[in-house]
Design a protein around this ligand. Structure first.
Ligand SMILES: [Zn+2]
Length: 343
């Protein structure tokens, strides 16, 4: 067992070889990590060289509707080879794509929306308009609830003046045809195949917010599930059995405290019921038997993490990490978590 300065490594082989021992160590490691969110982690259970991952997940935005300069809005990039799929596009999504390289804005042209709430969609204008302005060579394809079509149509209308200006004055950089978009409604269980990637839409339970979807992404034998916003959902679990990585929203103790001290009791009860409390997220991890649970849609300020971690551990004895913006999760035979700023 060695130390990897780059990140946390979870290996299938080592799981089989030394399940008890290192799992306990890793659980401790995750707790240490949770307590030191802003610090690099240097813990490994398999120091062997990492082969090219089947799936690379970049958590672009991990926050909530509350503005937070450390955590932008909900947005997750999933890459498989050259294929780029974006799941939600909240506040700052365009910035985060730019963080990865200027080409990401123009090359990200498949957007899956979990639901239409603003904390998951306010970045779409930036992706749509600036992706085009940066030279996107295809139409943006938006998959999600039926309302996504009207959303895109209104965005297009809202930026008509900008379109006319750029199409008239900056034709070297933009071609008007590529501003057309394709909006596709998804349904529970529907599969969308893009290159070597299969995306399955999963109807989840965001209470009055209907429809709301999670998505499962399969590349060969490897998989990642993104819950979107949901209360405890049996259907999500059904689609997540033995998924390699399960990225789940959480109504963390800190977030619940904020909600209950900000809104009336009636409204706060309503908001909390839309989401999944931490012990229930642990149950989802346990019932799905995922290799790695990831907690997102929360305030990850370090002092607020121990209570959250304890609640998760009351119902889940496996591995989990607390999401940070620009954290990378590489999925293959080995699962490797790389903190921001570490290659
Ligand atoms: Zn949300």
């Amino acid at each position: 067992m060695g130390h990897d300065p780059d990140g946390l490594v979870v290996s299938r082989d080592s799981l089989a070889a030394a399940q008890q021992g290192w799992q306990q160590l890793l659980c401790r490691a995750v707790i240490v990590f949770a307590l030191m969110v802003a610090s690099p982690i240097a813990i490994s259970v398999d120091a062997e060289a990492q082969t090219e991952p089947a799936i690379k997940v970049t958590l672009l935005g991990t926050g909530t509707p509350v503005p937070n300069p450390r955590q932008f809005g909900q947005s997750i990039l999933v890459e498989a080879g050259d294929t780029k799929l974006l799941f939600d596009c909240g506040r700052g999504c365009g910035h985060r794509l730019w963080n990865l390289g200027p080409q990401y804005l123009r090359e990200t042209r498949h957007l899956f929306l979990t639901h239409m709430h603003s904390d998951h969609t306010v970045g779409v204008a930036d992706l749509y308009m600036n992706g085009w302005n940066q030279g996107r060579q295809e139409n943006l394809r938006v998959y999600g609830p039926a309302a996504a079509e009207a959303f895109m149509r209104h965005l297009r209308l809202a930026y008509e003046e900008d379109v006319v200006f750029r199409a008239d004055r900056q034709v070297h950089a933009v071609e008007r045809d590529f501003l057309d978009y394709v909006a596709m409604e998804v349904a529970d269980g529907e599969r969308i195949v893009i290159d070597d990637v299969t995306v399955t839409a999963i109807a989840v339970d965001h209470h009055v917010v209907e429809p709301a979807f999670g998505y499962r992404v399969d590349v060969g034998e490897f998989s990642v599930v993104i819950s979107g916003d949901t209360a405890y959902s049996d259907n999500l679990i059904r689609h997540s059995i033995e998924a390699d990585v399960l990225i789940h929203e959480v109504m963390s103790p800190a977030l619940e405290h904020y909600v209950r001290t900000t809104f009336s009791q009636e409204v706060a009860d309503d908001i909390v019921a839309l989401h999944t409390l931490a012990p229930d997220v642990g149950r989802v991890f346990s019932e799905s038997r995922t290799r790695l649970g990831v907690l997102t849609h929360l305030d990850n300020e370090p002092s607020r993490i121990p209570e959250l971690a304890a609640q998760i551990e009351s119902t889940w004895s496996g591995d989990f990490v607390v999401a940070e913006d620009l954290m990378v999760i590489e999925i293959g035979e080995t699962i490797r978590v790389v903190e921001p700023g570490h290659e």
